[in-house]
Write a protein that binds this ligand. Structure first.
Ligand code: PHE
Ligand code: ZN
Length: 876
């Protein structure tokens, strides 16, 4: 399928009068105008063939308002073979990528015909081939690669779709909605016709044709309707679909109970494909998934994979209401559906698993992916103001910070008022394309609470930093909390306004360890403020931003011993975790600065955590995991990756040698059969491997022996991958043994082979650059498959110490990968750029090397607008 012929041509068919780079122009939010023409109905006819698919589209168009502007249809890499209006050949012109037709009346029937080649479509946007099947990906702007259409989310249409194809190659033909007819054709062909009763934007259109088998079950909705559920995969993968099916049913029941949302069609289909740019896609009633988020069994998937499948299945299902029934007016409103849906999937995962562990994981993702984005050259508001390529805005800011914004609104309103607000939102905007402002207005009207001050969270980029200081007056038995906020400038926003910051705060007694002032919600809405606490009868400790109630950085003035005490006594599990992490961070930052860093307080806190009877194993595993090197780098004015690595390794060594017997006990703790997916069993496995990592940091030979034993004994992928993840960083003979064993057993399973590549690209070793250069030449490596590309290049870009190797070879490797990938798949290539974005913060030698690679990329001929936007912004 890696036919690159079509991508050797320009993005759009060549139009002589077009200026050289007309596609690299920024689209601005303030330029939004309602569509000139609506398309209430569309009929699509596909003659399916991997090399030459004919697409006939019949659009019923309707003039929207009083104007005399022509009908403009978007196209990308397609040319019209036929254009008719009301049954007669029509005059039309091409304006860049658009097809322009002058129409005289208020309504018309417009028919176009194009021919496309799914097999040559390496961008994986539009209609493409994957493993013998044909499938579509239309969000954000892929539909225009299938047919001419006003490709914008505020044009909603009813779809009727006919597919005609070879019945041997494509026995299954699926589209959105319900199948309304089918039949046999001549020459071994057959056809099916589908109709979706719900008007939808074209980014939610989907089609699948292939030799697929279904895991089928039924779900009875709250009003008693039966829904046929099907998860479609290749026959050999059927045994690995049950977890996705169980997750789907849990998600359907959860959305009924928590949001009152019932499913609205008689069928719900999920299809797994091996070549997919992102995680999954919420096409109406026909969700298409990256197979990594569908297929799992204990032998091939880790606990993390199981959790991710449940999360993504729920996420896409929840989009049926937050995305499909109520969609986005324009792509600047992307967080309307994504931020809200991430918040919904986070709440779901918290409810069906361990809520404190889930919160810690979500905050870790936010800090690892979103905080650096907010602090670098690609920073943008949750509702961006402009873009060159919308594909670059499927970011941690739009998704994860967007979810935090909804979470803050839910916190301020409380559960009942929040639910009243979301009920009103769904009722008021059902069938519409809405904005973030509409969402906040519905919450306000439904709850009776003015949320105007919070809207700034949608428009202002950057992570607020809060300085907090608690003063104690023992005579007056009163404590005063002084707060100050500050936000650094971001691109295009040099001056920042104060933001409303909801801080769940409690006061803990230092001696008693009790919560002497119970948790309350403080909203800091000015640049600074002070809050008084009375009846404080003992020396107080500040427990602030509990549960991570706001997506901010807290810089609290701490007295000696305060974090140690909170780490043991705080009743909020998240705050307790934070106290230990902050304690570690202070030591790690001091070490990286070359200052004397006494590890004793960290060792004591970790010892107390390991020995605690009240903490469950999962929380222990999270709490004793050291902050990542990237996170340490965020705390330093000038980043020296070698110094950070050395500091972190030194602390790991100190912990491993001082707490050897506690760690060994944690490593050996039992009660987790490999097939038990309960939160408790997952926690035991998590702690087992985290403890082993610290043991290996202090004693390489013992660590290698224990890891190899865990690897050999493992009856599940969590233990196996965990052990191999430790071995790959060691210079022990067991390392290559285990890698070979893993490869021999799993090399025919693409998803597991991705792990084999990723583990080696993540290794903490001096020769990781050489390893990835070797892996890139491996016969199983292919740049055309996004999962495989990410397993090496994405993982390596996140490997702080290896990527930032002082000789610049890591930079050169990733830049080469970006350039090579861009020729096939710009969207996936552009997502590899962000690790380069923070070059200004590195020591001068590395900063110069990173900048030189960015300049080499941006000077390359034929660069896509996706990569151009990310690289030019990174240099600006
Ligand atoms: N909308 C998808 C989601 O659920 C993400 C996606 C975007 C998938 C673009 C494919 C292409 O988050
Ligand atoms: Zn989504």
């Amino acid at each position: 399928m890696a036919d690159v012929r079509s991508t050797a041509l320009p993005d759009t068919h060549s139009i002589p009068e077009a200026p050289p780079a007309p596609t690299h122009v920024a689209i601005r939010r303030e330029d939004y105008r309602p569509p000139d023409w609506l398309v209430p109905e569309i009929r699509l006819d596909f003659d399916l063939d991997p090399d030459r698919t004919r697409v006939r589209a019949t659009l019923m168009v309707e003039r929207n308002g009083d104007h005399d502007r022509p009908l403009r249809l978007d196209g990308d890499d397609i040319s019209p073979l036929k254009v008719q209006v009301d049954g007669a050949d029509a005059d039309y012109r091409l304006d860049g990528p658009q097809l322009v037709i002058e129409l005289s009346g208020r309504q018309a029937t417009v028919e176009t015909e194009v021919e496309i080649s799914p097999a040559a479509n390496t961008k994986l946007m539009g209609l493409y081939a994957s493993g013998g099947m044909l499938c579509t990906q239309c969000e954000a702007e892929g539909f225009r690669r299938i047919t001419f259409f006003p490709d914008r989310p505020d044009v909603l249409s009813r779809y009727r779709v006919r597919m005609d194809g070879d019945s041997g190659a494509f026995p299954i033909l699926l589209s959105n909605g319900n199948r309304v007819a089918k039949g046999e054709g001549p020459g071994g062909r057959h056809w099916a016709e589908w109709e979706d009763p719900y008007p939808k934007p074209c980014y939610l259109f989907a089609l699948v044709a292939g030799d697929l088998k279904a895991n089928r079950e039924r779900f009875t909705t709250m009003s008693g309707r039966t829904v046929d559920l099907a998860i479609w995969v290749r026959e050999a993968d059927l045994p690995r679909t049950q977890h996705a099916m169980d997750s789907l049913k849990l998600a359907m029941a959860w959305d009924e109970e928590v949001y009152g949302r019932e499913y609205d069609l008689d069928q719900f289909n999920i299809v797994a494909v091996s070549d997919f740019n992102m995680g999954a896609m919420e096409n109406k009633s026909l969700n298409i998934f990256n197979s990594a988020y569908v297929l799992a069994d204990q032998n091939t998937a880790t606990d993390g994979d199981f959790d991710n499948i449940a999360r993504v299945v729920a996420h896409e299902y929840f989009h049926n209401w937050s995305g499909d029934r109520v969609t986005c007016r324009d792509w600047f409103q992307l967080s309307l559906k994504e931020g809200f849906t991430v918040f919904r999937d986070q709440s779901f995962s918290a409810d069906v698993g361990s809520a404190p562990v889930k919160r810690i994981e979500d905050v870790r993702v936010l800090r690892a992916a979103q905080f650096p984005e907010d602090a670098g050259p690609l920073a943008h508001p949750v509702r961006p103001d402009s873009y060159i390529e919308i594909g670059n805005f499927y970011t941690a800011t739009v998704y994860n910070k967007g979810a935090e914004v909804i979470r803050m609104l839910a916190t301020v309103l409380g559960p009942d008022k929040f639910r009243a607000g979301t009920d009103l939102y769904f009722a008021r905007h059902d069938g519409e394309a809405a904005t973030c402002d509409d969402f906040v207005k519905a919450l306000e009207d439904g709850s009776g609470v003015d949320l105007t001050p919070f809207k700034i969270w949608y428009s202002q980029a950057g992570t607020p930093k809060i300085k907090a200081r608690l003063d104690y007056d023992s005579g007056a038995k009163a404590a005063t909390l002084h707060l100050e906020q500050h936000i650094d400038p971001t691109p295009g926003q040099p001056v920042k306004q104060p933001m409303p910051i909801p801080l769940k705060t409690a006061i803990v007694g230092e001696a008693s360890g009790h919560e002497i002032c119970p948790e309350r919600l403080i909203v800091l809405d000015k640049a600074s403020g002070a809050i008084r606490f009375d009846n404080v009868a003992e020396q107080p400790l500040l427990s602030i931003n509990r549960g991570f109630s706001a997506p901010i950085v807290v810089e609290a003035a701490r007295r000696p011993g305060e974090l140690e005490r909170l780490a043991q006594a705080d009743s909020d599990p998240f705050a307790r975790y934070e106290a230990i992490q902050e304690l570690m961070m202070l030591s790690l930052v001091a070490g990286a600065r070359g200052e004397q860093a006494d590890p004793a307080p960290v060792i004591e806190a970790v010892a107390a955590t390991l020995r605690s009877n009240s903490l469950d194993p999962a929380l222990k595993g999270e709490a004793i995991l050291l902050p990542s090197e990237a996170l340490i780098a965020d705390r330093l004015a000038v980043v020296d990756p070698d110094a950070i690595h050395a500091s972190r390794e030194a602390l790991r060594h100190a912990l491993g040698s001082s707490l050897a017997s506690d760690l060994l006990a944690a490593h050996r703790s039992d009660g987790a059969s490999g097939h038990d997916l309960s939160p408790k069993a997952k926690g035991i496995r998590r702690l087992r491997t985290v403890a082993l990592g610290l043991i290996a940091a202090a004693n390489e030979a013992e660590g290698a022996a224990l890891a190899k034993a865990q690897f050999d004994r493992a009856d599940n992928m969590t233990d196996r991958q965990g052990a191999l993840g430790i071995l790959v960083s060691l210079d022990a003979p067991q390392r290559q043994d285990a890698l070979n064993t893993f490869y021999d057993r799993f090399h025919n399973d693409p998803l597991v082979l991705d792990k084999w590549f990723a583990l080696q690209a993540a290794a903490q070793r001096a020769d990781t650059v050489d390893q990835v250069l070797r892996l890139e030449k491996h016969s199983d490596f292919t740049i055309a498959n996004p999962n495989r590309l990410r397993s090496i290049a994405g993982t390596f870009g996140a490997n702080h110490w290896a990527f930032h190797s002082a000789d610049g070879r890591g930079y050169r490797f990733l830049a080469d990968m970006i350039l090579a990938a861009d020729k096939l798949n710009p969207q996936v290539a552009a997502r590899l750029v962000p690790p380069f974005g923070r070059w200004r913060r590195f020591e001068p030698n590395r900063a110069a090397l990173m900048r030189a690679e960015l300049e080499r990329i941006v000077a390359s001929p034929g660069l896509s607008k996706d990569v151009f936007e990310q690289v030019s912004k990174s240099l600006a």
